[in-house]
Design a binder for this molecule. Structure first.
Ligand SMILES: C[S@@+](CC[C@H](N)C(=O)[O-])C[C@H]1O[C@@H](n2cnc3c(N)ncnc32)[C@H](O)[C@@H]1O
Length: 392
C-alpha cells in the first residue's frame, strides 16, 4: 500500500546514520520530471585510521566522488541526499532490507524484509579486490558463495575495458545476454556497468526457457536492479525482433553448442561493437571431425575420442575467432577464470574495428577449414558476409 513519502524517508535517516548496523544503501532512479543531483549515491560504513566513517560515493553519471564522513558532515550529507528526488532507496542493515520506491503519484511504496547479514566488512581497501562489493545485496539474493563471487569478478574484469571502449556518448549503453540462464552474470554485469560505466545502461537477458525470464525478473527486482529486463525467446527469435536495435555489447556465456555461433552471428548482424562469448560444449565440429581424416600428418589428432574432443574445442574456437577477425573485429581468446571453477574457461573477447582482413588472414581461415573438411556453424550462419570476404 502506498503511503506518504516524507515519513517513509524520515524513517530511513537513522538507518543511514547508524554506521554500526548499516551494511549498504543505494539511492538511484528519479521521480517524474525531476533529476536528482547526484544521479546515484551509495553509502556504506568504513573504518579509517581506527574510526568508523560513513562512506558516500556519489556519481553524476561519469565520475564517482567518494567522501568519508563523520558527525555533522554525515548528518547534513544524508539529509541532503534524502531531499533529492531519487526514485528509489535501497537500505540494507544487519537485520533488515528496506526498499522505498516513489510511485508516479509521489507516494512511497515501502517494502521491508528481515535478514541476518554477516558482520560488515569495513576495511577501506575492500573495493580494490572486488569489482562488486561482496556486501552487495545482489549476492545475497543470488545466494552466491565466495567461488561464485570470484567468477563474477573475473568476468567483470574482462567486460569492463570493452564496455568503456564501446560506450557511446549521448545514449545509454545497450547490453544483451543471449542464453542468460539464471542470469547471475547478467545481473552482476548490469550492477557493475550501472555503477561504474553508465548509470543509464539497459541490459536484456534472453533465454529460451520462459520460467527463467519470470524468475530472473523477480530476483532482479529484489536486488534493486533497474534498467535490466528479461525476455523468454530463442536466439533465433531475437534475431528478427525489432526490440533488439542498437545493441552495443553481446554476451553469450556457456550457451550450448551452436547457440554460441547463433549468438556470434547475431552480434555481427547487429553490428555490436563488443562481444564476450564463453563457449560451452563443442559438438558440431566434433561430429564433423569424426568423418574427417585431416590428412597426413594431422590424422592422429582425431584418432582417439578424447583427443578428438579436445582438438574439436580448439578448432571450433579458432575458427570462431578467425571468422570474427575476417568480419572486422579485433579478437582475443583468453582464460577468464581458473580451470578449477569450470573447464569451459575460455573467453572470446572481440571489439569491432572495421579493419579489413589481410590476404594472409583470409588464407589461414580458408585453408584451415578446407584441410579439415569442416563447415563451421558460424560460417554457415554468416554465409553472405563470409563469402564477401573470402571470395573477394
Ligand atoms: C549452460 S546455460 C548458461 C547460462 C548462463 N549464461 C551462465 O553462464 O550461467 C545455457 C543457457 O542457454 C539457453 N539456451 C540454449 N539454447 C538457446 C537458444 N537457442 N536460445 C535462447 N537460449 C538458449 C539455455 O536455456 C540455458 O539457460
Amino acid at each position: 500500500m502506498p503511503e506518504p513519502l516524507q515519513p517513509a524517508l524520515d524513517r530511513l535517516r537513522p538507518l543511514l546514520l547508524d554506521t554500526g548496523g548499516l551494511v549498504r544503501a543505494v539511492a538511484s532512479g528519479r521521480r517524474r520530471t525531476a533529476h536528482p543531483d547526484p544521479q546515484r549515491a551509495e553509502l556504506r560504513p568504513v573504518d579509517l585510521r581506527g574510526e568508523r566513517h560513513l562512506q558516500v560515493t556519489s556519481t553524476d553519471g561519469r565520475i564517482p566522488v567518494v567522501r568519508n564522513l563523520t558527525g555533522a558532515d554525515a548528518e547534513s550529507t544524508v539529509a541532503g541526499l534524502l531531499a533529492q528526488p531519487f526514485g528509489n532507496w535501497h537500505v540494507e542493515t544487519r537485520d533488515s532490507v528496506v526498499q522505498v520506491r516513489v510511485t508516479k503519484r509521489g507516494e512511497a511504496q515501502v517494502h521491508t524484509s528481515e535478514q541476518t547479514a554477516e558482520p560488515v566488512d569495513t576495511t577501506h581497501d575492500r573495493a580494490k579486490n572486488h569489482l562488486i562489493d561482496p556486501a552487495d545485496p545482489l549476492f545475497t539474493v543470488l545466494g552466491a558463495d565466495a567461488a561464485k563471487r570470484r567468477q563474477v569478478d573475473a568476468f567483470l574484469r574482462q567486460l569492463a575495458p570493452i564496455a568503456r571502449k564501446v560506450k557511446q556518448e549521448g545514449r545509454p549503453l545497450r547490453v544483451v545476454d543471449l542464453g542468460c540462464g539464471n542470469a547471475y552474470l547478467t545481473m552482476a554485469a548490469h550492477r557493475y556497468l550501472a555503477s561504474e560505466v553508465d548509470p543509464g545502461v539497459q541490459t536484456l537477458g534472453v533465454d529460451i526457457r520462459p520460467e527463467m525470464a519470470e524468475r530472473n525478473a523477480r530476483v532482479a527486482a529484489q536486488a534493486g536492479l533497474e534498467g535490466l529486463g528479461f525476455k523468454a525467446a530463442s536466439i533465433e527469435e531475437a534475431a528478427v525482433d525489432p526490440e533488439f536495435t542498437g545493441v552495443d555489447i553481446v554476451l553469450a556465456l556457456h550457451a550450448c553448442d551452436t547457440a554460441t555461433d547463433d549468438s556470434l552471428a547475431l552480434a555481427v548482424r547487429w553490428q555490436a561493437r563488443g562481444v564476450l562469448a564463453a563457449p560451452c560444449c563443442h559438438q558440431d565440429i566434433q561430429r564433423q571431425l569424426a568423418d574427417s581424416q585431416g590428412g597426413i600428418p594431422f590424422a592422429g589428432l582425431t584418432r582417439h575420442a578424447i583427443l578428438r574432443e579436445r582438438f574439436a574445442d580448439v578448432l571450433t574456437d579458432t575458427v570462431r575467432a578467425d571468422l570474427l577477425r575476417l568480419l572486422g573485429y579485433r579478437v582475443e581468446v583468453v582464460e577468464f577464470i581458473d580451470s578449477r571453477h569450470t573447464p569451459r574457461n575460455a573467453l572470446i573477447r572481440a571489439v569491432h574495428t572495421g579493419t579489413a582482413p589481410t590476404a594472409r588472414r583470409v588464407a589461414e581461415y580458408t585453408e584451415l577449414v578446407s584441410a579439415w573438411q569442416v563447415e563451421p556453424a558460424l560460417a554457415e550462419r554468416l554465409r553472405p558476409e563470409v563469402d564477401a570476404v573470402t571470395l573477394g
